[in-house]
Design a protein around this ligand. Structure first.
Ligand SMILES: [Ca+2]
Ligand SMILES: [Ca+2]
Length: 214
């Protein structure tokens, strides 16, 4: 009986140390951004014994790619950006570019951040970043391809500067909210710094009043 118990404990420990997880490529990042401001999309891989990766992310039309940086604990790394000739359509959404990142890990186990992509949106709407499944691959240290179970895309909502309360309208409610933020009665939102100088103050209030009386 003792042996059975011991075996059970050993098995439980083994499961805890080596969690059985689905192999996945996922995109995460900021949930909201303001027009013309920078935001990040983080690329992660989850799996066992991943030796190298190639991940392509489709960039929605209306977003500009700025830069990419290496994820933590990744040995060797590179990225490139290419325009898609004409737009590529998935449903009714057009994609104008593709960021490709490739790299080597030290046999990645579990979840690992492999890259951070930086973008700037040109207008306000929902943008979905898609993983280009056909051109994304994971291989083990012996170059054997690993089956990917899941692809998780990321959607970011972009707001206009001046839409302080982020309800898609620019009106007197935003003026009241901005005043409260300046008086530090409420937290600032990503759309509060209307003149994009890093501060939320009277200059932003003046800018908002000008927009409202137009
Ligand atoms: Ca508003
Ligand atoms: Ca400002």
């Amino acid at each position: 009986m003792k042996k059975v118990k011991l075996l059970f404990i050993c098995l439980t420990l083994l499961i805890l140390v080596y969690p059985v997880s689905a192999t996945a490529i996922s995109l995460t990042g900021d949930a909201d951004a303001a027009r013309n401001s920078r935001f990040n999309v983080t690329v992660k891989v989850t799996g066992n014994n991943i030796g190298a990766f190639q991940i392509c992310v489709l960039v929605p039309e209306g977003i500009t790619f700025v830069d990419a940086s290496k994820g933590r604990d990744i040995k060797d790394w590179g990225f490139s950006y290419t325009w898609i000739e004409g737009y590529e359509y998935y449903g009714d959404v057009g994609y104008s570019g593709r960021v490709k990142i490739i790299g080597l890990g030290d046999a990645i186990n579990g979840e690992r951040e492999v890259g951070v992509l930086t973008f700037v949106p040109k207008r306000a709407k929902n943008f979905t970043f898609l993983i280009d499944e056909r051109n994304s691959k994971l291989v083990d240290p012996n170059e054997k391809e690993i089956k990917i179970d899941e692809f998780q895309n990321h959607t970011i909502r972009v707001y206009r500067y001046g839409d302080i309360n982020m309800d898609d309208e620019i009106d007197v409610k935003d003026l009241i909210r901005l005043e409260k933020i300046i008086l530090m009665k409420e937290k600032r939102t990503v759309t509060s710094d209307i003149n994009n100088d890093g501060e939320v103050n009277i200059l932003d209030l003046v800018r908002l009043i000008r927009v409202l009386i137009k």
